[in-house]
Structure formats: C-alpha cells, structure tokens
Design a protein around this ligand. Structure first.
Ligand code: HDE
Length: 705
C-alpha cells in the first residue's frame, strides 16, 4: 500500500486506543484525542479520524463518493456567505448597556425610562453606507449608528446615522439615491465613493438633498473614530405617556470624548495604511478597558412649538438647532464588550425601525414610514427566513410568548396542543389592551394623493445655516471636498448644475468651487421653490471644532524612536499619556525594538514602514543623532514627519530630530504646534497642548486644501 506523502494525519500517531472516553452526567459520550483536546467531529457529531486527506482510491487515485466528511465540510464552507446588506454593508459592532438618568414617566410609558440608574443591555453597529462589506473604513460617507436596546418590553432599535438629516424626503426615492452612489452598474466602480457622475447627477437633480450634501462634504463624513461621532435618530418620533399624551422627540447621541474628524488627505492615506482603522480603534479601546460612552439626549416639543417653524418637523432634511431647543440628556450608552463572533453577532444583527416598545411611537415623517415598511423585508432576504428573531443577537432578553411556529430553522416552537388563540384549553398567552403596545390615536384625514407638502419646499436655508455655522477651517474643508468630488465628475453640465445649487447656499462658496473647477463663467443660481432665508442664525453646535475635546483622552500618540533615544523624555511621555487616559505606539526602525539611552530595551509596536503618522493624533520625534542619520535615508520616515506637519498635528521633537524635520520640509519659523522637548520637564506642556488636537492655523501655509 502506498505511503502518505502529503501532510501527516493525526491517525498516524493516535490510534483509537489512545482516546479517552468519558460519559457525562446525562450519559453523553465525551471523546478526547490523545493530547486531551475534544475529538473533531462532523456536524452530525461523528468522530473524524483524518482531516488532512480526502478518501482516495490509492494515493494518486480519484476521490471517493464515500467521503461524507469531505462532502459535508466543503458543502458547509460553500454556504458560509449570506447576502451583504444592500446598504450599510460594512459595519462593526459592540455590546454594552444603556443607563437611565431619571424617570421620564411624564413623557413616556416606555419601561426603560422609568427608573433612574437602571441598566438595559444594548448592542450597537456602526457602518458606512455605500461601500461593500470589504471596503475601507475612511470612505467619505455617512456613518450608520444603529442601537438595539433589549428592554423589558421588547427590543427598541434606534437605527440612526451620524448626520441628523437625510438626502431625500420620501422613502420612494431611496433606491434611486442608493443606486446613484453605489458603483456604476456597467463598470462596478468606483467602490465606496461618491465622487462619480451618477451620484452627482442624481444629487444635482434633487434640491432636497442640499442640506445633507453640506454635511457629507464636511468633516463629519470622515470621522477619526466611531468613538468621536455623534449619532441621531434623524426623524421626529413621539413619546407617549400612560395617559396617551404625545410629545414629539428627536434623539441625539453625544460622545463623551467630544467630536473629531480627520483631514481628507489623511483619510486617503489611512485607507492604504490601515483599511480597518475604525474597527481596530473600537476593538483596541474596548479590549484595553477604555469603554466608549455616549449620552442619549432628546429634544422634546409639542405641536404648538413645531408650528413656530417655517419648515415641517416631519421633513427629515431639517433640524431643530440646539440653540433654539436645547438637548436634554436622559441616559448614557456604554460599550464594554466586543462580540465573540463577528458573523453571529455583527453580521446577523437585524435592526428594524419598527421595533419600538410601548411609549415610543412614530411621526408621519414619510421617510420613517417607508423605513418601517422596508426593514422586515431586508432581514428576510439577508437572514433567509422568518425565524431570524430566534438568533441570540436578535432575540429579546425579556420573556416572550406567541403562537408563531415552523418556517426555516425554527428553534422555538409551541409545546403541546395549543398554537392559536382564543382557545378553550385555557393555555397560552393572551393580548393585553393595558400592557400591550397602543399606537398613539392621532386623528388623520385627507384625500389619497401623491403630493409633497408645501412645508417641505425650502431646500436651501438650512444648508446655508449649516455652512455659516462652521469655523473657517471647516468651511475650507467643505469647499475642498466639493472641489475634489466634482473634479471626478466627467460630465461638465453636472458640475455646473451642482455649482448652481451652491449659489443658493453661499455665493462665496459657490464661486470658490466654480473657480477651482476652472469655470469660464459662473452658472446662474438654480431655480428654487423657496428663496434661501438669510436670517437664520449660525448654530455653533453644528461645528466639530466647537465640539472638540478639551483633553487628549482616548487619542493616540505616535512616538518615533531609535537606538539611543533619551530615556527620561521617553518615560515622561509614557507617564503623562497614561495619566491622560490616552494611548501611544512606539515606532522604530525595526519591529524588534530599540535600546534607550539608559541601556533599557523597549519593544516597538510598529516598524517605520508600518506605522505612518496618519495613524496617530499627534507625534513625538525622539530619535538620537545616530538614529536620525539612519532615518534620513528612509522615505517613510520623511513622510512620517511631513504628513504629521501637513495634517496640522502637534509635533514634539528633540533637537537631534531637527535634520529629519528639515528634510521633511518643516522650516523655520516653527508654529506653536511644533514643540521642543529639550528635557523631561517639557513633556507636561506638550501633552496639555495635545488636547487641542490640531493646529488649524497652519493649514493655509501647508496648503492642505
Ligand atoms: Fe436604512 N436601511 N433605509 N436608513 N439604515 C438599512 O436594513 C432604508 C435610512 C440605517 O447596522 C437596510 O438591515 C430605507 C435613514 C442604518 O445593520 C434597509 C430608507 C437612516 C442601517 C434600509 C432608509 C438609515 C440601515 C439595509 C429610506 C438614518 C444599518 C440592511 C426610507 C436615520 C443597520 C438592513 C445595521 C440599513 C432601508 C433610510 C439608517 C434596506 C428604505 C434615513 C444605520 O432595510
């Protein structure tokens, strides 16, 4: 008989006599291989003797149909994929809890808002919208912010975004806006990018999208981390109390660590250096015990208040500025546990806007109404059958009883005779008009029409308000984003049409974009259903820079070292960074680490090629004179320094690093963000300054945009 020539088989070494057999309390047989590990089995539980070689007729002969183990293994592998989400395909989730601050009984009978201090389990999935499941994290895109709270009255899904408005006012346009942003259907590119003709064609033909476009062209669409993003329920919802009284409510998630985004030039480079940048960030922070946290805030108002606005509170392209109606914190969300299995939890989680507990209800927002219709379909398609609520991630964590049965993969079926009601057997659950969900009895009337209300007609005033609420660097970034995106549009008329809308938002912005695109003459402002209001006050709450953090907490410092790096400065940096609850990584010429000036060896997290400065919020340049000499020969070392400077980051440096800085084009006079670290005593001031995150004053001189 021919000898085996490829991989060895466990059965070469272990015979059946080597296995240990145990019977469990229930009489079940536990089989252990010779090294004490459980015996590998098929999905049917049959023990496997050889998982390295298919069953063949002779060593070089054909495979045999008897090989049921091979057949089952490959069959299962072939079916591992389920359809990716049609939107929000790329996402990342985490478990945590929601903690209620105070009783909201006056507004809502939702059980989770009754008792201060009560914690309710939650699962959150963050996502991009346009890209496929394997796309990169730093796409210019809206971020999904979907929260499932497992309340005692069933799951509440607040399926929101990191932008408080949307592209369209009516759900019937959703397939169109999504088709336009996805890869073009003939060529299947560009991937995860809005910078192409189809998207801007649709947008420039859809004036209602202008407010959202200002947000998407702002730095909100390139967040530094999920942890530094706001979230919004977007639509107006209702709270309904025990007396069936309704209050309108808009939901906001406010990150405890403040808002932060990256620069576009940085985003492009991050996508190359670490396409999983946002995933890794969430993973690392939760695994290291720094649990991200958001406050849930609400804007509460009634119909009389709603009537004071020219716009309609049912229109999802509008916000109520926080300066006019302050947000009220009502609880906090803490994420403290990563899924054990990405597929089982993050991929199979099924969010649905229609999942609301008693006390939370819908408004007539036509986008929300359409969403309530859509999400059930998508879960059926994606998860393959009506029993997706049997999956642990989707099952409620409160007792539940109904007569649903059968269907694909049914895992919870009625036991006994009774599977209907009413029944004479006095068994099974019953409906309860008192405890059950009661829809708010809003009185509605009107003719059946396909009509957009007049109150939805102002498409430019809040777009302008958003723009004028931004700080100068943020306004520059919006202009730069529009210029970049439209420069990728190959059809001149689309570019012009888009700029004609900008003229209704802000003339300076429109001219700047038009000039940068090389227009010979400027287009006329687009026809507008309603003139742009010039009297809306700026809302500072809309600016990221205004909402930035005060500390470096939760951010990451990149420390460039070499053999001979000053040990006192290095150690002081580590101590101060840790005190700030921030993180750091050591970047060295070799991954094996370096020996500091005091003779101590330290490990590196990255070699210089693998740790570009775009991965860090600030950098410290600590190479010794000799180390600098070697780094001068490395293009990536020069890029490390040049990018940190161009991206307006704070840079701490020792004198011996100066030649590297000069090579990277950092010339005198240095600005306040380039800080000398002559000795360990200089470190605290540097770390304190990092709280400002960026030196935006540097931007015009480095022509970042
Ligand atoms: Fe969604 N959306 N959406 N959407 N959406 C989906 O459901 C849909 C909209 C949002 O992490 C799908 O499970 C319609 C607004 C998030 O799993 C689908 C309309 C907002 C997620 C769907 C909208 C969102 C989705 C695809 C227009 C912000 C990811 C996969 C009326 C408030 C949830 C899925 C997750 C996912 C439909 C508009 C947020 C197809 C029809 C507005 C965060 O059902």
């Amino acid at each position: 008989m021919a000898k085996k020539t490829s991989q060895t088989s466990p059965s070469d070494n272990a015979t059946i006599h080597d296995q240990k057999l145990h019977r469990g309390a229930g009489g079940e047989l536990h089989q252990f291989a010779e090294d004490g590990k459980p015996v590998l089995t098929t999905a049917q539980g049959g023990p496997v003797s050889d998982d390295q070689n298919t069953l063949r007729l002779g060593a070089r002969g054909p495979a045999l149909i008897d090989d049921f183990h091979f057949r089952e293994k490959i069959f299962h592998f072939d079916h591992e994929r389920i359809p990716e989400r049609v939107v929000h395909a790329r996402g990342y989730g985490a478990h945590g809890y929601f903690e209620t601050y105070e009783s909201l009984a006056a507004y809502t009978r939702a059980d989770l808002f009754q008792r201060p201090g009560e914690k309710t389990p939650a699962f959150v999935r963050f996502s991009t919208v346009a890209g496929s499941k394997g796309s990169f994290d730093l796409a210019r895109d809206v971020r999904g912010f979907a929260v499932k709270i497992y309340t005692q009255q069933g799951n509440w899904d607040l399926v929101g975004n990191n932008i408080p408005v949307f592209f369209i006012q009516d759900a019937i346009k959703f397939p169109d806006v999504i088709h336009s942003v996805k890869p073009e259907p003939d060529k299947e590119f560009p991937q995860a990018q809005s910078a192409h003709d189809n998207f801007w064609d649709f947008i420039s033909l859809t004036p209602e999208s202008m407010h959202m476009i200002m947000w998407v062209m702002s730095d909100r669409a390139i967040p530094r981390s999920f942890r530094f993003m706001e979230g919004f329920g977007v639509h107006t919802f209702r709270f309904v109390n025990a007396a069936d009284e309704s209050t309108f409510v808009k939901f906001h998630w406010k990150p405890k660590l403040g808002l932060q985004s990256v620069a576009w030039n940085e985003a492009v480079k991050i996508n190359g250096a670490d396409p999983d940048f946002h995933r890794r960030d969430l993973w690392q922070s939760i695994q290291s015990g720094n649990f991200p946290e958001w406050e849930l805030c609400v804007q509460l108002f009634d119909q009389d208040f709603a009537d004071t606005f020219d716009f309609d509170i049912l229109d999802p392209t509008k916000i109520i500025p926080e300066e006019i109606l302050p947000v009220k914190p009502i609880g906090r969300l803490v994420l403290d546990r990563m899924p054990e299995n990405f597929f089982a939890e993050t991929e199979q989680v099924a969010f649905m806007t229609q999942n609301v507990p008693p006390g939370i209800d819908f408004s007539n927002d036509p986008l929300l109404q359409g969403r309530n219709f859509s999400y059930l379909d998508t879960q059926l398609k994606r998860l393959g059958g009506p029993n997706f609520t049997h999956l642990p991630i989707n099952a409620p964590k409160c007792p539940f009883h109904n007569f649903q049965q059968d269907g694909h993969m049914a895992m919870r079926n009625p036991v006994g005779r009774v599977n209907y009601q009413p029944n004479s057997w006095n068994q099974g659950p019953r409906e309860s008009p008192v405890q059950g969900y009661r829809h708010f009895p809003a009185e509605e009337q009107g003719a059946k029409v396909r009509l957009r209300p007049e109150s939805f007609a102002d498409h430019y005033s809040q777009a302008r308000q958003f723009y004028i609420s931004q700080t100068p660097p943020e306004q520059r970034h919006i202009a730069a984003a529009l210029i970049f995106e439209l420069s990728k549009v190959e059809t001149p008329v689309i570019r012009e049409r888009m700029v004609s809308h900008l003229f209704n938002i802000d003339e300076t912005l429109a001219s700047k974009v038009g000039h940068a695109l090389g227009f010979k003459s400027m287009p006329k402002p687009a026809d507008a259903a309603m003139p742009t209001r010039q009297d809306l006050e700026p809302s500072p709450a809309l600016s990221i820079v205004e909402r930035g953090p005060k500390r470096f907490e939760g951010r990451k410092l990149g420390i460039l070292v070499s053999d001979g790096t000053d040990a006192a400065i290095f150690k002081s940096l580590l101590a101060e960074i840790t005190e700030q609850k921030a993180a750091f990584e050591v970047i060295a010429p070799k991954i094996g680490g370096v020996t500091l000036s005091d003779g101590n060896w330290i490990e590196a997290h990255q070699m210089i090629d693998g740790g570009p400065s775009v991965l860090y919020d600030a950098v410290a340049l600590l190479p010794s004179a000799e180390g600098t000499g070697d780094l001068l020969k490395e293009a990536t070392a020069r890029d490390f320094v040049a990018d940190a400077f161009v991206h307006c980051k704070y840079i701490g440096y020792v004198e011996t690093a100066l030649p590297l800085m000069q090579k990277a084009g950092i010339a005198d006079p240095l600005d306040e963000g380039v800080m000398a670290l002559a000795a360990a005593k200089d470190v605290p001031a540097f770390i304190k300054a990092l709280g400002k995150l960026r030196v935006w004053g540097r931007e015009p001189s480095v022509k970042l945009n």
